[in-house]
Structures are given as C-alpha cells and as structure tokens.
Design a protein around this ligand. Structure first.
Ligand code: CAA
Length: 261
C-alpha cells in the first residue's frame, strides 16, 4: 500500500483497517482526505490479501465530524456541486467494493461522517457514538449521499426528521431505528468489528460477494429486475468449488473448507 497523510492502514488475518486520521479536526473530510480514500479503495480492490475492510476514526472522540467546513465556507455553487460529485463517487466506490466493508463508529458520525458510514455494508457503533445530519444548520443539505442512503436505511419519515431537524442521536437510538447493526462498549468496538469480519470470511467468499452485489443492484431497480439478477448470481455460484464443498460438507456432516474458488 502507498503512503497516506490522513489515513492509517493496517492489515491482519485478511482484515484491512482504514483509520481516518485528522484528530485535530475530529477527522473532518477535507479534499485531500477524500482523494486519499479514493486511492485507498482502488488499492484495496486490487489487494488480494485483504478480504474485508473496517473503516474507523482516529482519536477518542470522533469517527468523522463531517465534511471540512473551513474548506466549504467560500465555495461557489459550481465548486459545491463538484465537491459533492467527487465525494459521492468515492463513497460509491466504497459501497461497491467487491468485499465487505464494516464501519466501526467510535464517536461523532456527523454529516459526511454519517454518510461514509452509510456507504459501508454494516455499521457497528460504540456506546459513545453520535449520529446526525446537521447540514441544515449550515445552510446546506447533505451532499455525500445522506438524503438518499439515510431514507433507504431508516425509512422516509425518520430520515426526514433527522434531515430537517439536524438533531444528533446516540448509538442506542441509531440502533433502535436501524441505522446501526450493533452497539458495543467502546473498548470492544474494534474486536466486535473484527469478529464479525472473521465470521463473514468463514463463509463462501463468492457467495458473500454476490449477496453484496445483489442487494446493492436490487435497491436501484424494481423487484422483478432485482430477483432476475438474483437468479443469475444464484446460478453462477453453482459453477464454484465452494458450492460443491459447502453442500458436500453439509451432507457429510462436517464444517466446510472454502477456498473462494
Ligand atoms: N470541519 C472542520 N473542522 C471541524 C469540523 C468540521 N466538520 N468538525 C470539527 N472541527 C474542528 C473544530 O473546528 C475544532 O477545531 P479548532 O480546535 O481548530 O477550533 C476541532 O475540530 C474540535 O472541534 P470542537 O472544538 O467543535 O469540538 P466539540 O467537542 O466542542 O464539538 C462537534 C464537537 C459537536 C462534533 C463539533 O465539532 C461540530 O459540531 N462539528 C461540525 C459537525 C458538522 O456540522 N458536520 C457536518 C459538516 S457539513 C457536511 O458534512 C456536508 C456533507 O454532507 C458532506
């Protein structure tokens, strides 16, 4: 992996951990960090040693406190649109990485921070995490996918309440409304994310990959098109060694030994 100024990367046992690390600005996403995330996720797509990715925030307090307000303060309308399009493209790259991506939300996940967590497949939150889309207090709507992904995750009514009020919610409330999958004590956050990553990696990798693609594709199209896509990837998996291994292991009453082929 190449070097980064605002991101840290470590990898162990097939899990790549990306830490967004600008703690003095509560890990706010400036343009340099968005460009680094773009490069990081290109590299992760090519890195066969990394099977699952965890994204977290550096320092105690914050996951990501949003887009960098000091950089946006003087933007023109055209610059604002281009900024949104740039970050949206990077977040779509995260969302469509053909490997699971888990957000380990350690603190504030506001604005662009809530939005990057929603581009991940699964969100695990520390009890200290806080979520919100406070953009309306700054005179703007969310621009990194928040109006779209929040409504898809928690439904139209709850999304509109969060978007219109700009209110922050705690991890328990985020769990209650379905914004996060799990809440843990702060000290166990990374271990919980790693344990989930390990469990996912113990399953048939191609099957997991096509589950991700089918959910993502399906949410963009009508049900008929979505289930037709599902039938295609279902069929495709019968061409894998792992389908043979998984079903043989079941019949032989032993654990499967998947190879990802
Ligand atoms: N952009 C730039 N700097 C930020 C920042 C941001 N989004 N969030 C925090 N910081 C900086 C602060 O300016 C401060 O810097 P200085 O020490 O140089 O003054 C430092 O991080 C620490 O922050 P605070 O002193 O404010 O810490 P706090 O504990 O008092 O408050 C907070 C924490 C409630 C998260 C508060 O920092 C805050 O409200 N931050 C902004 C949250 C926000 O509005 N996010 C949305 C941004 S817009 C967006 O994301 C648009 C989009 O859709 C892409």
């Amino acid at each position: 992996m190449s070097t980064y100024e605002n991101l840290l990367f470590e990898s162990e046992d097939g899990i790549g951990i990306v830490t967004i690390n600008r703690p003095k600005a509560l890990n706010a996403l400036n343009a340099a960090t968005i460009h680094e995330l773009d490069r990081m996720f290109d590299e992760l797509a090519q890195n066969d040693a990394v099977k699952t990715v965890i994204i977290t925030g550096g320092g105690e307090k914050s996951f990501v406190a949003g887009a960098d307000i000091t950089e946006m303060q003087k933007m023109s309308a055209v610059e604002g649109r281009n900024w949104a399009k740039l970050a949206q493209a990077v977040f779509s790259k995260i969302e469509n990485l053909p490997k699971p991506v888990i957000a380990a939300v350690n603190g504030y996940a506001l604005g662009g921070g809530c939005e990057i967590s929603m581009a991940c497949d699964i969100r695990i939150a520390s009890e200290k995490a806080k979520f919100g889309q406070p953009e309306v207090s700054l005179g703007i709507p969310p621009g990194f996918g928040g109006t779209q992904r929040l409504a898809r995750l928690v439904g139209k009514g709850r999304a509109k309440e969060l978007l219109f009020t700009g209110d922050m919610i705690d991890a328990a409330e985020a769990y209650r409304i379905g914004l996060v999958n799990k809440v843990t004590v702060p000290a166990e956050l990374l271990n919980t994310a790693k344990a989930m990553a390990q469990k996912i990696m113990s399953r048939a990798p191609v099957a997991v990959q096509v589950c991700k693609a089918a959910v993502n594709e399906g949410l963009d199209v009508d049900l008929k098109t979505g289930i037709a896509y599902e039938a295609e990837v279902f069929g495709l998996c019968f061409a894998t060694d792992d389908q043979k291994e998984g079903m043989t292991a079941f019949v032989e009453k032993r654990p499967p030994n998947f190879t990802g082929k």
